[in-house]
Design a protein around this ligand. Structure first.
Ligand code: ARG
Length: 414
């Protein structure tokens, strides 16, 4: 039986009650840990007081915003990380740092177990436990919502029976996770892929209809593949992201409606709001197009997917990820310059991009005066490039015309 449990505490209903349940179910001490990754927090003081009122020895609050941005979001930006080309991985990137903080606090207070409030159906349990076990395999991991699941009503009944201190109860029926890099929404009316996402599922972004009639423009300056300034103002990464979330979110940018393949085998419709991620990745890709060679860009693309899958699957502390990070960091030594974006009623457009490292050679590219391209050289180039085709045509005759699409096999019914 564990003697001292460190609980990942959000300050919400479930973990406020979990403090009490863990303490009494396991007859153990509980230390609550609230990791600030930039999620909107109503009142830290209230959250701390509530954990202690419900039986925690202590509630440790860790401001991890800067660390989250520098150690987790920067590599994700370098990797243009998008799971299934859609989800910027906010939750997936946040869980390992929460787990790492649990491990650190466990060492400080001499705890022998950590606990989290994730259910058995999601990816988050896997991510937290994979990270805890990678960093501290001796710790026991408790997941009360998996071993002794309680519905929302049961949680409320338990709280009433034990006279627990609760946060102001929200009406929101959705399961929401938020941090600097985005807001993830699951459940309730988001679940059915056949119906449109209801407006009440959104919180960070204006609807296109409610967005301002005048477009917003933002200029992002990059150094070595990371944004360092917004509209000329140098900002630390975590502040730049927070500011951009507000600016672009007001124009409705960053809404992502995604049917997703979860690690635990479930296919599900999920909703994300990630205004800053949308802007940063769009701008960075525009800059990359200017400064990277075709080979670098093409080699990088499948590695970006591999990176995104590793993060999604909870392998953030895996050496394979470190290797990929080194590749992206080296490639992005030249990704410096500025990109101006326009946000307008949910749409995002790249207006312009410039870089001292640009590989665009105006003399080679222009169709106007000053053309420096050696046109005649193309004749010899084409002669050699097409040589195998010419040999084929001579040996085998004219090629078959485009083959028709084969008949569709019938779908097998179960
Ligand atoms: N499907 C996303 C992921 O696996 C988001 C999970 C959000 N978690 C939550 N408790 N609402 O990363």
């Amino acid at each position: 039986m564990p003697e001292h449990i460190v609980l990942a505490y959000s300050g919400g209903l479930d973990t406020s009650v979990a403090v009490h349940w863990l303490k009494h179910h396991h007859d153990a001490q509980v230390t609550a840990v609230l990791v600030d990754l930039g999620q909107p927090l109503a009142s830290l003081e209230d959250a701390k007081a509530r954990a202690v009122a419900n039986g925690a020895e202590d509630c440790v609050v860790v401001d991890a915003k800067q660390e989250f941005a520098e150690r987790f979001l920067a590599p994700a930006i370098h990797a243009n990380a998008l799971y299934e080309d859609a989800y910027p991985l906010a939750t997936a990137l946040g869980r390992p740092l929460i787990a790492e903080t649990l491990v650190q606090v466990a060492a400080e207070v001499g705890a022998d177990a950590v606990a989290h409030g994730c259910t058995g159906k999601g990816n988050d349990q896997v991510r937290i436990e994979a990270a805890v076990l990678a960093l501290a395999p001796h710790l026991e991991v408790l997941a009360p919502q998996r071993t002794n699941p309680m519905t929302r009503d049961a949680v409320l009944r338990y709280a009433e029976a034990h006279d627990l201190s609760l946060p102001p109860l929200k009406d929101s029926p959705y399961s929401v996770d938020e941090n600097l890099w985005g807001r993830s929404v699951e459940g309730h009316d988001v679940e059915d892929p056949a119906s449109a996402v209801p407006e009440d599922a959104y919180a960070w972004t204006a609807s296109p209809q409610a967005a301002p009639d005048a477009p917003g423009t933002f200029t992002l300056t990059f150094q070595a593949g990371l944004p360092v300034a917004l509209d000329g103002q140098t900002l630390p990464l975590h502040e730049l992201i927070a500011t951009l979330n507000d600016l672009a979110g007001a124009h409705g940018v960053g809404r992502i409606d995604h049917v997703e393949n979860r690690l635990v085998g479930i296919k599900t419709r999920e909703l994300y709001e990630a205004p800053a991620a949308a802007c940063v990745l769009a701008a960075k890709k525009a800059l990359e197009a200017l400064v990277l060679t075709r080979d670098e860009a093409q080699i990088k693309a499948p590695l970006e997917q591999t990176f995104s899958n590793l993060v999604y699957d909870g392998k953030v502390f895996h050496p394979a990820l470190t290797g990929l990070q080194a590749y992206f960091a080296q490639t992005h030594q030249v990704t410096s310059g500025s990109v101006t974006l326009q946000a307008y009623k949910g749409g995002l457009t790249v207006l312009s991009r410039s870089s001292d490292q640009s590989l665009v050679d105006a003399g080679l590219a222009t169709y106007a005066d000053g053309d420096a391209f050696h046109h005649e050289a193309s004749t010899g180039f084409i002669e050699l490039w097409t040589l195998p085709q010419v040999v084929l045509a001579k040996k085998r005759g004219a090629p078959v015309q485009t083959a028709p699409v084969p008949a569709t096999p019938p779908v097998v019914q179960p």
